[in-house]
Design a protein around this ligand. Structure first.
Ligand SMILES: Nc1nc2c(ncn2[C@@H]2O[C@H](COP(=O)(O)OP(=O)(O)OP(=O)(O)O)[C@@H](O)[C@H]2O)c(=O)[nH]1
Ligand SMILES: [Mg+2]
Length: 323
């Protein structure tokens, strides 16, 4: 008996738990908890530790499937999975949700986070939810993979339907697995997810069109971001430095953020800041002030010093998706 491992990574809601459940022979192990944070806007549960499922492809080949939590605040599990439990994965399966605002940013973020594991295995990209929004297209993904100097196979899949994931699975596993084993697996079916229910969920109706790399931040982000643990206040300003909305009761800090906003065009002009999306500075009171730059807008977020800026950054990204 040969064992093979695959690890599923990717952003919140991209379908890791669903895919492992659809592919597994038996009911998979999930560690989903009710999403009490901003993830709850999009879906009711989120993985807090890991998913595990398995497939017996024949008497000779067994596949172990490991799923990571999408949220960066559970990233201690990424380390455990990538460096220990699933360290010898044959491939990394990165699932990307086609309805997120910036799948390219997700691609960059997760390939960086799992760079070592990807380096010693292979990268498979599974794009989900293309039934809800058909852009970006396969050629966008091909271009991005090339731009990032990655070697990857790209598949458009539906994590709820096993049959749409067979090509990806086959490519992700060693070619020595005989066709007869695949044929047998293809025919096994298990009652899994009620597609009609998730398909009619309201958030799938109002997906905004794909806007390339452009993003407009809505003013409601200032109240949404206050739900993130450790956040004390937020300010949204335009590129002229005018405050659009603010939850701070501190004119000096608002003025400072407005000043930072006024410098955005200069940041963008300077090639060194080409990729700058966020900047961290210490506020006068010693707390963290993160400045997120989005085209011609600037979001300043004040957070307690002990708050992890990396976590905050991804939570801001997640809120931006679901506004
Ligand atoms: N319409 C549509 N829905 C999909 C598709 N793939 C998955 N879904 C749905 O998207 C949601 C994905 O949720 P999960 O599987 O919990 O996502 P996850 O990646 O495990 O998320 P975290 O654990 O929070 O990181 C489920 O409601 C699925 O039914 C697809 O291709 N089309
Ligand atoms: Mg999950």
């Amino acid at each position: 008996m040969t064992e093979h491992k695959l690890i599923f990574v990717g952003p919140v809601g991209s379908g890791k738990t669903t895919a492992i459940s659809s592919l597994s022979d038996e009911e998979s192990l999930r560690t989903d908890a009710k999403a009490s944070d901003i993830t709850g806007i999009r879906k009711q549960t989120t993985t807090v530790a890991l998913d595990y499922g398995q497939i017996s492809l024949s008497d000779d080949h067994k596949v172990r499937l490991y799923g990571t939590p999408g949220q960066v605040r559970f990233s201690f599990m990424w380390d455990l999975l990538a460096n220990d439990l699933a360290a010898d994965s044959h491939s990394v399966v990165l699932l990307l949700d086609n309805t997120r605002n910036q799948p390219l940013r997700d691609l960059k973020f997760y390939t960086q986070e799992f760079a070592q594991l990807i380096h010693r295995s292979r990268l498979m990209i599974g794009v989900t939810r293309s039934d809800v929004r058909d852009e970006p297209t396969l050629s966008h993904y091909h271009n991005w993979v090339e731009e990032l100097n990655l070697q990857a196979e790209i598949f458009f899949i539906d994590a709820r339907r096993k049959e749409t994931m067979l090509s990806l699975l086959k490519c992700a596993l060693p070619s020595e697995i005989p066709e007869s084993a695949w044929e047998q697996y293809r025919q096994t079916t298990r009652e899994t997810i009620d597609i009609t229910e998730s398909e009619s969920s309201p958030q799938t109706q109002d997906t905004t069109p794909f806007q390339g790399d452009h993003l407009v931040i809505k003013e409601s982000i200032v109240t949404d971001i206050l739900n993130v643990r450790g956040v004390q206040g937020a300010v949204l300003a335009n590129a002229m430095g005018d405050i659009l909305t603010s939850s701070l009761d501190n004119p000096e800090l608002e003025e400072y953020i407005g000043y930072m906003a006024g410098m955005v065009p200069a940041f963008q002009a300077a090639s060194a800041f080409d990729n700058a999306r966020s900047i961290l500075v210490k506020s006068p009171s010693g707390n963290n002030l993160s400045i997120f730059i989005e085209d011609d807008q600037v979001l300043g977020v004040l957070s307690a010093q002990r708050t992890s800026v990396r976590t905050l950054k991804q939570q801001v990204e997640d809120i931006l998706q679901w506004e």
